[in-house]
Structure formats: structure tokens, C-alpha cells
Write a protein that binds this ligand. Structure first.
Ligand code: PMP
Length: 379
């Protein structure tokens, strides 16, 4: 069969490659995955079970169940004082991944440039490429606490892009950006008429300061699409549920793609998500405090080992400098010698070179054992 040139151009995921290496090994501790080790809160699972018992096995509205869209809009109002109309400004999707994918397909014409702040989640560049666009990597640097800067946007040609995609709290660095730090980025987007695609999937996993949404800044709501979902904060990765918030013309365009490709997000998961928003704040707080404990533990262990590690403030990753110049060789040797899986930073694009992504979405005992093994390997 003929495979499209666009697909041929995109290499397989570098994270997957490390998973495959670990599959053939015994006694591996994986700090490589971007997935909570917790199970979804019981009441959300029960809501899903109840919906099945009641026979709710049909499609929902393309944009998602109205009750869920209302709950999502309510959350945005409570957290950010941002009003989105549940009828026209909310789209429920199969994971934030689908929301991101339909946004690229809805907004990008062949040849359009899309600036991608990096290091970043690995789906943005392929998503832009699949949509026929030209990804424009914009690196962030440890010296700037991995925050996106206007200098980097200018230097790497974001001024003539159509859109800018970024993610804070960030995967893989754990960096966050305050409202003050986002202001110049917002000014740049307004000046150059950029659509901003803000991936806020880790917003509820912010450990220092409050999460700031760029959509709250003056003149930004009308040019921003916010992505969020239930995978991370609610430990619901397998339920595949996310959403986008944006002005009506953007949601209408995204829904055009969604209604022909996905029809509607999983119905059972939508029932779970309504419960998650209504009843699971305490569980989210509890998971967040456990992640925070692990974050501080991992940071202090790297510090004791003399490994430089940026103080991650959100998500569930730290991004230490690789003890060897060649981070990929280090990750492979560590896996081989001690059975600890971490991901080399260059997988996440520009600015990730020479670093390792270490996920702490792993139980404390395993984390302790993994850090002991890393120390032994270094010795
Ligand atoms: N955005 C980021 C930054 C992520 O890390 C992930 C998951 N690894 C996603 C989006 C996708 O999440 P979902 O499960 O909601 O599709």
C-alpha cells in the first residue's frame, strides 16, 4: 500500500522505543511513563458503571453531554473567572489528544507555520505535520527556567506563524509560567495575530503558586484555545476524555472535524467525568499532595547525587541534566545495568538535549528503589 509522505516523514515515538526495550526485561522500574499510578476515584468509576447499568450505551451530542459541558464551563468560571458558553464554546473530545489533533486539522492549511514551544509533549509536531503544516520549534532553556520567552519566539521565526502551541505546567520539564511571565507572550501573540493553543492538562498538578491561564489576559480569550482533560489530575487516562474551550467560531470548526471523525467522545467516560468534576476535588487534592511529596523527594535525591536538576513546579516530571553528555547512551546504560527506565530529553525536541525526563507518577517505594539504583549506577 502507498503510505502518505506526511506520515512517512514522522518518526515513531522515541518514548515508545524505551517502553519496548523495557518489555523484554525483568525487574524494571519505569520512570518513563507519563501516566498516573493512581486509579480513577471510585465515585467516578461508579458513575460509569451506573450509566452502563442504565443502558446508556448510545452516542451523545457531537459536542458532548450538555451536563458535562456545563460542569466544565463551571470549573473554568470558578478557577479563572473565565466564562465559556456550554452551548457553543466547549467541545468534549476523546482525550486532550483528540482536541489537539482536531485543532490542528481545523486551523492549519498546507504550508502554514505553527510555532511549537519545546521541549514539549511529543504529539504537537506530528499533529502539525499530519495537518499539512510546518512545525516551527521554539526552544526554551534551563537558564530561563524553561519558560517561553519573547526573545526565543522572535529568534526562531514565530512572528510569521499562524499559531503558537505551548504547555504549562510542562511535559517534560515540569516548568510553570506565572501570569506575569505570560504577559509578554500574550502581547507577542496579539502583535503578530497568532492563535494560541494552550495545553493546560496539568493545571491541577501545580505545586508552587497558582496555575495561570493565558486566556485570562486582556485580548486573549478571543484568540486562545484551551485544552484540558481528565487523564492526569483525575487519573483517568484509559477513559479517554478531554475537552477544548474556545470562541464559537473555533469550536464550530473543531467540531466539524470531530463530528466526521469521532462523532462523540466515549459516553461511559462522560458520565465518569461529570462525577469527577462534581465530587472528586478531595481525591485530586490528595493525589496532588502525594505527587508533591515525591517531587521533593526526587529533587533532593538528585541534589545529593550532585546531579543538576531544575526545580520542577508542576506536572509529574523532573528534568535533570544527564550525567553523561550523551543522554540517550546514559538512559540505555542505566536501563541495561540497573533496570531503571528514564527518557532522554532530546525526544521532546529543541532544548531537551543533554537532559533526562524522570516521571514520579510511581509509588514511593519504587521511587526510593529507583533512586538508590541510579545512585549505585553513578558510583
Ligand atoms: N498533553 C500533554 C502535555 C500530555 O502530557 C498528554 C499525555 N501524555 C496529553 C496532552 C494527552 O492526554 P489525553 O490522555 O487527555 O489524551
Amino acid at each position: 500500500m502507498k503510505i502518505s509522505e506526511r506520515v512517512e516523514r514522522v518518526p515513531p515515538s522515541g518514548i515508545r522505543r524505551f517502553f519496548e526495550l523495557t518489555e523484554e526485561m525483568d525487574d524494571v522500574i519505569s520512570l518513563g511513563v507519563g501516566e498516573p499510578d493512581f486509579t480513577a476515584p471510585w465515585s467516578a468509576r461508579e458513575a460509569a458503571i451506573d450509566s452502563l447499568e442504565q443502558g446508556r450505551t448510545s452516542y451523545t451530542a457531537n459536542r458532548g453531554m450538555m451536563e458535562l459541558r456545563e460542569a466544565i464551563a463551571e470549573r473554568s468560571r470558578e478557577r479563572y473567572d473565565l466564562d465559556y458558553d456550554p452551548d457553543g464554546e466547549v467541545l468534549v473530545t476523546a482525550g486532550a489528544s483528540e482536541a489537539i489533533d482536531v485543532a490542528f486539522r481545523a486551523f492549519v492549511d498546507p504550508g502554514d507555520r505553527v510555532a511549537v514551544a519545546q521541549p514539549s509533549y511529543v504529539s504537537y509536531v506530528p499533529g502539525v505535520t499530519f495537518a499539512g503544516g510546518e512545525p516551527v520549534p521554539v526552544p526554551t532553556r534551563e537558564a530561563d527556567d524553561f519558560e517561553l520567552t519573547v526573545d526565543a519566539l522572535r529568534e526562531h521565526g514565530a512572528a510569521d506563524a499562524e499559531a503558537l502551541v505551548f504547555c504549562y505546567p510542562n511535559n517534560p520539564t515540569g516548568a510553570t509560567m506565572s501570569e506575569r511571565d505570560l504577559e509578554p507572550i500574550a502581547a507577542f501573540a496579539r502583535e503578530h495575530d497568532l492563535t494560541v493553543l494552550a495545553d493546560e492538562i496539568y493545571a491541577d498538578l501545580t505545586y508552587e503558586g497558582d496555575h495561570a491561564s493565558i486566556a485570562t489576559l486582556p485580548g486573549m480569550r478571543e484568540r486562545t484555545v484551551v485544552f484540558n482533560g481528565f487523564s492526569k489530575a483525575y487519573a483517568m487516562t484509559g477513559l479517554r476524555l478531554g475537552y477544548a474551550l474556545a470562541p464559537p467560531e473555533a469550536i464550530t470548526a473543531m467540531n466539524r472535524v470531530h463530528q466526521y471523525s469521532m462523532l462523540s467522545a466515549p459516553t461511559t467516560a462522560q458520565h465518569a467525568a461529570i462525577d469527577a468534576l462534581d465530587n472528586c476535588e478531595a481525591q485530586v487534592r490528595e493525589m496532588r499532595s502525594q505527587y508533591d511529596r515525591r517531587r521533593r523527594f526526587v529533587l533532593s535525591r538528585f541534589d545529593e547525587m550532585g546531579i543538576d536538576c531544575f526545580t520542577a513546579k508542576g506536572a509529574f516530571y523532573v528534568f535533570p541534566e544527564s550525567p553523561w553528555e550523551d543522554a540517550e547512551a546514559f538512559a540505555e546504560a542505566l536501563l541495561d545495568a540497573e533496570g531503571v527506565a528514564v527518557v532522554p530529553g532530546d525526544v521532546f525536541g529543541a532544548g531537551g538535549e543533554g537532559h533526562l525526563r524522570v516521571s514520579y507518577a510511581t509509588g514511593m517505594n519504587e521511587l526510593r528503589e529507583a533512586m538508590d539504583r541510579i545512585e549505585r549506577f553513578l558510583d
